[in-house]
Design a binder for this molecule. Sequence first.
Ligand code: DQA
Length: 161
Amino acid sequence: MKITVIQGPNLNMLGTREQNIYGPIKLEQIHSQMRDVAGQNGFEIEFFQSNLEGEIVDKIQECFGDSHGIIINPAAYTHTSVAIRDAISAVNLPTIEVHISNIYRREEFRHKSMTAPVVAGQITGFGPFGYHMAMVGMMQILNEIKMAKAQQLEQAKKQQQ
Ligand code: DQA
């Protein structure tokens, strides 16, 4: 099963950008840890970062039929993007929203998430470790879906007999 990780604007500057808020860890380091966890648990993983809203919408749409779950940090678009929210809603895949900082402790304009109502869950304020938490959460969701499908198949087979 495949998990797609989508990173929004300015997250390519992690490690350099506002270290007092986001810490010293670079995006590649976060992704490398996520790749390890995915590999150890038999999941395929793909990473995508863009500073452009339309490219993020395109990537979410590409996940339809190609990926089983999405981990997304929409960054600044969290607070503004109806288009990203609608794309998440449209593909209807299990999605987890991650924020490195606690958006509810920061400026008031960050308290509103456009995407929160259309995701399975939101992880905010745990630093880069939030991505690991999202991996654990996503793997649990996907394993539950897999088990439910296997059970349905089993039941269908029994009914045919
Ligand atoms: C962020 C929080 C957003 O408010 C901000 O615009 C970001 C990063 C976070 O990960 O804490 O770019 O999503």
